[in-house]
Ligand binder design. Structure first.
Ligand code: MRU
Length: 360
């Protein structure tokens, strides 16, 4: 049986991809159960992204790219033209899965462009080309995280506690993680760090997923209620904050999991460095500032219910923005696989991403 995976995958993987389909580790059930959901069609992949079986910006992009391959395999097109028309239709369908993480649109655009640029290939060859492209997206993301980890590790203290929010680890990416990758790299380099994981209501990505990942890789972790962060900063417990991102605008404003903005304000108040780690595929230079980033509003039920139990009185309203916006002015540095970007972001983002400037 053919298995599609990077040459050196991370030990923690959000999915397994074989010729029998895409098997997604159901992140809704972690840490209690490790169950894989099988997707055989692009519509099943879209539903899995919507329902948060798989989540995290880079992981959503990689999953969508593989979903597009599953869709391409099912196309009955006899000509290249009909194939490309079908491919574009499926890409548009997959793009409706979730609105905020730009990696989804980035990965789909890259896949469609790859097929369009193969001017001599017929439908059969195009499926194989797309399969290789999706695998490259996965491999490159994993390599980017390992590089980002090495850049970011230098920013963290030699010892102490680092606070993170949501899950920006291997489960949210092609492996190793962005924010958690930086922490892993620092620990691998000999730094004596422990992690405070915000539980991250309402989906509990911190309590369930970050804590699970940190245990798997042997890094000490303590889960805190989201509301405890300010108190612990005031007590001097937190040496640095590091989070991931779903989209970074041209001016450095960051969209990330709801609660990130609160942490950034608190970090500024307490003089604690606030870092954002993300690959270049998370930057949207077409978005001048955070105000143009669409923020997903999820179902109120996610607030009303906690681990399957209703916690609010019937008839109560709930508001559930899935992400918030952290202004660039509150961010100490952006860590990418191309280097560390410091303010002024509007000037330095294009320089570092294009490779014109080295990390300081
Ligand atoms: O709603 P989610 O779980 O997809 O949100 C995930 C986050 O906000 C992550 O911090 C972000 O995608 C970065 S993952 C490397």
């Amino acid at each position: 049986m053919r298995v599609f995976e990077p040459a050196e995958p991370d030990t923690i993987r959000a999915w397994r991809w074989t010729e029998r389909g895409l098997y997604l580790l159901d992140q809704r059930l972690l840490p209690r159960r490790e169950v894989y959901v099988r997707c055989r069609t692009w519509r099943e992949v879209r539903k899995a992204i919507r329902d948060m079986v798989v989540r995290g910006a880079p992981a959503i992009g990689i999953t969508a790219a593989i979903g597009l391959v599953l869709g391409a395999e099912g196309l009955r097109a006899r000509t290249r033209r009909a194939f490309l028309a079908g491919l574009r239709r499926i890409a548009q369908g997959l793009a409706k899965a979730r609105p905020t993480a730009v990696n989804l649109f980035w990965a789909l655009d890259r896949m469609v462009r790859r097929a369009e640029n193969e001017t001599d290939a017929g439908p059969g060859e195009l499926v194989e080309i797309l399969r290789r492209e999706a695998l490259s997206i996965w491999e490159e993301d994993l390599a980017a995280n390992r590089r980002m980890g090495r850049f970011g590790a230098d920013l963290l203290p030699e010892e102490g506690t680092v606070l993170t929010h949501c899950n920006a680890g291997a489960l949210a990416t092609g492996g190793y993680g962005t924010a958690l990758g930086v922490i892993r790299a620092a620990v691998e380099a000999g730094k004596r760090l422990s992690v405070l994981a915000d539980e991250t209501r309402p989906y509990l990505q911190g309590a369930r997923l970050t804590a699970w990942e940190m245990k798997k890789v042997g890094i000490p972790v303590a889960v805190i209620p989201d509301a405890a962060a300010g108190f612990l900063m005031a007590r001097g417990v937190v040496r640095a904050v590091i989070v991931g991102a779903d989209r970074i605008a041209a001016n450095g404003d960051v969209a990330n999991k709801i609660g990130t903005y609160t942490l950034a304000v608190l970090a500024r108040e307490h003089g604690i460095p606030f870092y954002v780690a993300a690959p270049s595929s998370t930057f949207d230079l077409g978005c001048p500032s955070g105000g143009e980033i669409p923020i997903e509003e999820r179902a109120p039920e996610e607030v009303h219910f906690c681990v399957g139990k209703r916690i609010t009185p019937a008839g109560t309203n709930a508001v559930n923005p899935a992400f918030d916006l952290t202004p660039a002015s509150l961010i100490t540095a952006l860590v990418t696989e191309r280097g560390v970007i410091k303010p002024p972001y509007a000037e330095n983002i294009p320089l570092v991403l294009s490779g014109e400037a080295q990390t300081p």
